[in-house]
Design a protein. Structure first.
Length: 259
């Protein structure tokens, strides 16, 4: 059984096209009736819209096998007085979900990904947090890759804000325990007896996805088709207990080597 990441694993960070072997891997799971969940930290598009995009480029799976942080947000963050930071698409999606954006006296500072955060935004977030607002990240990615550049991920920004203010943070998406538990609950609709120890998670984010999953008892597969160009960029710097169980170039290599 599998949890499968999307950005950098199934689709390219560069042009959002399918990565080599990714469509074929999903098709193989379907043919063999192997339970799986497609789990993504998508926050830019409404959940159903991003799912439909994946369908449009050739991925064949049901919406019941899909989970992203926006699907859990309403159970984690109140809709009133939210100072949200992220790409314009993310802010637009929040408003469409009924969230009331407030940049004067917010109750919650909500952080998603954006490649061009500026110092004034960080200063505003810090002021809000020091005035009593809570801090929530849509996910805890280590690196954000776009346009052949790599930026600090939401996880890195949350760490910065926590260090600056001593305000602890909560995470909605990966690798939060609540997100993985929801993914497991959905997977159990495919196989009732499923437990974390039965699951192999595949992702290009060895810190932001796989470390937390490994601590929960999952087997971990790191693919170098996304955020990191080679395993040497990151693996030697990880604690041994958090290093992935398997490393592959991409989904096609997983198929070829018959994991």
């Amino acid at each position: 059984m599998y949890f499968i990441d999307v950005q950098g694993t199934l689709i390219s960070d560069t042009d959002k096209s399918p990565i080599r072997g990714s469509i074929e891997f999903i098709n193989m799971l379907n043919e063999k009736n192997i339970p799986y969940m497609v789990i993504t930290n998508n926050t830019k598009k409404a959940s159903i819209d991003f799912y439909m995009y994946l369908k449009s480029i050739g991925f064949n799976f049901e919406f019941s096998s899909y989970l992203d942080p926006l699907m859990l947000l309403e159970s984690r963050v109140e809709k009133e007085a939210v100072a949200a930071y992220g790409a314009p698409e993310f802010l637009k999606t929040l408003v469409s979900m009924g969230y009331k954006l407030d940049y004067e006296k917010p109750k919650t500072v909500l952080v998603a990904i954006k490649e061009d955060f500026c110092a004034n935004e960080y200063a505003q977030m810090i002021d809000f947090l020091l005035s009593g607002a809570s801090l929530v990240g849509m996910h805890e990615t280590s690196i954000y890759a776009k346009n052949n550049k790599r930026y600090p991920g939401v996880g890195a920004i949350l760490k910065l804000l926590e260090f600056a203010t001593s305000v602890s943070y909560d995470v909605v998406g990966k690798p939060s325990v609540s997100f993985y538990k929801e993914a497991l609950k959905m997977l159990q609709k495919q196989k009732k007896s499923a437990e974390f120890k039965d699951i192999t998670i595949i992702s290009d984010d060895v810190k932001g996805d796989l470390g937390g999953a490994k601590e929960m008892g999952m087997k971990t597969v790191f693919v170098t088709s996304g955020k990191y160009k080679t395993q040497e960029e990151i693996i030697p710097f990880l604690e041994p207990k958090l290093r992935p169980d398997y490393i592959y170039a991409d989904m096609q290599e997983i198929i070829d080597k018959g994991m």
